[in-house]
Design a protein around this ligand. Structure first.
Ligand code: PMP
Length: 297
């Protein structure tokens, strides 16, 4: 495995960061989880936009521009001979002293890992997930902005610990006011009377790239879509529930806190969106090897 490490491509064993890096010491930095499908990097532009916006929100200057960053991602895939992969792109505040002041970190540090994908087993897509509601509330936007995909994931990890304890693969998190926010590493959708509903980003969520792709697909298909606040009542009594995320894609959820969702089977709209999403992954995003695209045309 070859890793991009701040200007170089190095073997995995040499891909190490300093113990003085503030990404490690304070969770100070931003990252992206990205997927490559069929030789293309899905929604790469959207991922880079989110990364750079997050960096701006934490006043972190990324020392390369978006075009250069795109090339870093593509070249990491090429060096590892990968056409289908999970990509982790990380920008930390860089090396500083032991205090938390970011001004002591002169330069951000970038690394990029491309690996094969670890997914939920197929069975879970067919049967759907059973989940719980976590007692840990999602970070409030006035304290730690959930829209920034920061290296500080403790909020989500608290909820994941609850899911683990309950023997469940995911947990739903509410915001501080009790409205449904998202899952620990995925966004949430419900279907009620033919309307596809997902929480608006101001509820305090990471605005997922997969979430936005699903909203676009639904609109294209003429499915009514609403971004609005809802509570666990709406989840328990929904016709369909599913989660979206780069790693999970679209995964049905059939049991929440012991309540069966509808008849306890993944719903029709969920399947329809899964099929449309899979088609989209075949055509969206820049080619990893442009020559390949040229020879196909
Ligand atoms: N919410 C959280 C907290 C996440 O970590 C993720 C995964 N990045 C998502 C939602 C889904 O976002 P995306 O579709 O961009 O992967």
């Amino acid at each position: 495995m070859i890793i991009y490490l701040n200007g170089e491509f190095v073997p995995r064993e040499q891909a190490v960061v300093s113990v003085f890096d503030h990404g490690l010491l304070y969770g100070d930095g931003v990252f992206e989880g990205i997927r490559a499908y069929h030789g293309r990097v899905f929604k790469l532009g959207e991922h880079l936009d989110r990364l750079y916006e997050g960096a701006r929100a934490i006043d972190l200057q990324i020392p390369v521009n978006k075009e250069e960053m795109q090339e870093i991602v593509l070249e990491t895939l090429r060096r590892n001979n990968l056409r289908d992969a999970y990509i982790r792109l990380v920008v930390t505040r860089g090396v500083g002293d032991l205090g938390l002041d970011p001004r002591k970190c002169p330069k951000a540090f970038i690394f990029c890992i491309a690996a094969s994908i670890v997914l939920y087993p197929d069975e879970l897509y067919e049967k759907g997930l059973s989940v719980i509601t976590a007692s840990t509330r999602r970070n409030i936007p006035t304290a730690c902005i959930p829209r920034v995909k920061s290296l500080n994931y403790l909020n989500n990890i608290y909820a994941k610990l609850e899911a683990n304890l309950a023997g469940m693969p995911e947990a739903i998190m509410l915001n501080d006011e009790g409205y449904v926010a998202e899952a620990t590493g995925d966004n949430i959708f419900i279907v009620r009377k033919g309307v596809l509903i997902t929480p608006p980003s101001y509820v305090g969520i990471l605005e997922g790239i997969t979430r936005n792709a699903v909203l676009d697909l639904a609109r294209e298909k003429g499915i009514p879509v609403e971004e609005k606040l809802f509570t666990m009542f709406d989840v328990y009594t929904a016709d369909e529930v599913f989660f979206t995320g780069t790693a999970a894609e679209i995964i049905p959820c059939v049991n929440v806190d012991g309540r069966l969702i509808a008849d306890g089977k993944p719903g029709k709209l969920t399947w329809e969106l899964i099929a449309a999403f899979r088609e989209l992954t075949k055509v969206d995003g820049p080619l990893i090897s442009p020559a390949e695209g040229a020879s196909k045309q």
